[in-house]
Structure formats: C-alpha cells, structure tokens
Design a protein around this ligand. Sequence first.
Ligand code: NAD
Length: 346
Amino acid sequence: MFDHSSYDSHEDVHLFQDAASGLKAIIAIHSTARGPAAGGTRMWNFASGEAMLKDVLRLSQGMSYKNAMADIPLGGGKAVIWGNAKTDKSPALFRAFGRAVESLQGRYYTAEDVGIDVADMAIVRQETAYVAGLDHGEAASGDPSPVTARGVFLGIVETAKRALGSGDLTGRTIAVQGVGSVGGYMCDHLAKAGANLIITDIDQAALKAVADRTGARIVAPDDIYDVEADIFSPCALGAVVNEQTLDRFRVKAIAGGANNQLVIPELGELLRRKGILYAPDYVINGGGIINVAAEISGNYSSEWVEAKLARLVQTLGEVLDEALTSGQPTNAVADRIARARIASAR
Ligand code: NAD
C-alpha cells in the first residue's frame, strides 16, 4: 500500500468483505484535516482488485481537493463496491455496506456516485446515519446530480468566456461523453442555453431520452474524441484524457463532470500546449458535494448551497485566469490552491 503509485499519504484505507451478501468494498479516507471525510460510493465491475484500489485511492484524494476548493468543512474519502450495478445489487449488499460505513463511526460520510442511486442509499441508511443524498428524512437533499450538473453547466460558461471569448453558448457545439445523471441534466441546461449537442453513451435508452429532449446528435462511444466541437464535456468515467486521445481532440476546451479526467497530471501541460483550456475536474464538478455538505450539516439551506456554488464558479474562473496569465497548466494551479487549503487546516 505505502508504495502504491496512487497512495498519497491517505490517512486510512479499509477493505470490507461480506460472504453472505457478496459485498466486496474499499473505503479510502484521504484526509480529515478539514472535517470528516466525505465522498460518494461507486459501484463498478472492476477488471481487478488492483484497478479497484487504484480508483478509490485517486478518487478519495480528488475528494479532499474538491472539498477544499468548494470551501466546505469536509475532508476527502470515497468508497467503491465491486459488482455490476445492473445485476449485482441486493438489500443485503447495501445493508452490509451500511455496516461497513457505520464501523468508521463518522470518519467517513457516503452518498451516491456512479452506479448508485437514492434507493440504494436509503438501504445503507438503515445501518448508519453517516449517509447523505437521501430523499427522505430531516435535512434530506436527494440526489446531488442536478446540483453537480448545474455547477458543471455554469463552469462551462465560465470556461467558454476564456476559451471562446464569450460565455454565450448560443450556436456553440458541445460534445458530451456520458448522459447519465450528471450528463443528462447538464445537456438540458446546455440545450436551453442554445448550444448544439453531440452526445454519446453506452446506454442506448439514456441516449435516446436525452436526444429526444434536446435534439442532440448521437455518435458512437469511440467517435466522441474526433468530433469537431467548441468544448468536449466528459461526464462518464475518468482517464479519458490520455496519450491516445490527446491528438484526437478538435476542441478549444475540456470541461465536464467526470472525476479524474486526466490519466496523469502531466496531461494538463500537454493540453495547455495544444491550446485546449482544461477546467480542472474537481473544481467544476463540486456542486454535488456542496449539496451533500448542506445535508451533512443537518440544517439544509438552499441559499447556502447557491452561495457556495456561485463562489465555486468564481474560484474556477480565478484558477483559469491565473493559469492563463502565468502560463501554467490549470490543474497545477488548482492542485496548489487545494493543497495549501488542506495544509493550513492541518
Ligand atoms: P451515471 O452512472 O448516472 O452516468 C454515467 C454515464 O456514463 C452512464 O449513462 C453510462 O452508461 C455512461 N458511460 C459509461 N461508460 C461509458 C463510455 N465508455 N462511453 C460513453 N458513456 C459511458 O453517473 P453520474 O452520477 O452521472 O456521474 C458521471 C461522472 O461524474 C462520474 O465520473 C462521477 O464520478 C462524476 N461525478 C458525479 C457527481 C454526482 O453528483 N453524481 C458529482 C461529481 C462527479
């Protein structure tokens, strides 16, 4: 563990195995310096335990940075459950996962991420109170995806101001990879703002629903990297900006909701050299965790969420401006600010 390439002085990493329900889960706590660790649970059919571990280490570090940039009193953590979200779910599995979360006694709060919905979290809640993203009960705030999507949309406008010379998206073309919870809601905002959409997904039903609502053009999953567009918006999984895709992009900016978009941080500099303005993922996609933070506080306030979201969008603008004026990659600027905020809390 201590030699793992994705280990970043994580405070603790917990493995859970429950033979009765088939649960195999990892909860990684990167930092509690700014408050209890918080971050969603992802259910995915990982290729291996190693792939699962790498994902949770990177995602939990990303949550520390994300929560610091959103300026909320939470540290960073993440959970992953090994399994197919369409076929392997059961109440017993989520109850076992709930007991795992409970065993950490509030060092980690969970919520939805890829493959997990509000109904799953309601089952987790039967075993532990350290859950957010619920739609019933005191201070419940529901699925955070709509707030994430709105934040990403506002972040795209902010990015467009710098990369395209105007935040007016009328007639602009946005290529969206993944039209699930975040991507789907985000497409609605983009269509309303007058943008032309090119979308892809591996889920045909989701694709059709979004195309019917927004008039989007559908392309095959691998073709999304080659389309000519103003902005590429990754809203599926991570590592989509890599050495294979880098030379395929025909866009002026990359701004989307997916976590860990760059396969390695050095890709930020390569994007900069190509003249592609990258909105750092954990800054632009912090809307959902702001909503979750409001719920965790026990006193949900939509005014507080709106104010934090507005400040986050402003922070994104500041990161982009500093990067553009200093000639640094945007992700390096964001990392430096996030690390400084965590260090000062320590
Ligand atoms: P989701 O599961 O609802 O949607 C993901 C979509 O991506 C699905 O429709 C899936 O079919 C599609 N997809 C998977 N592989 C694909 C591929 N190879 N090509 C094209 N499409 C593919 O998940 P979500 O909640 O919308 O999250 C999307 C991303 O945003 C994730 O990276 C997640 O970590 C991140 N994120 C989500 C939130 C949130 O509030 N839900 C907050 C911050 C970040």
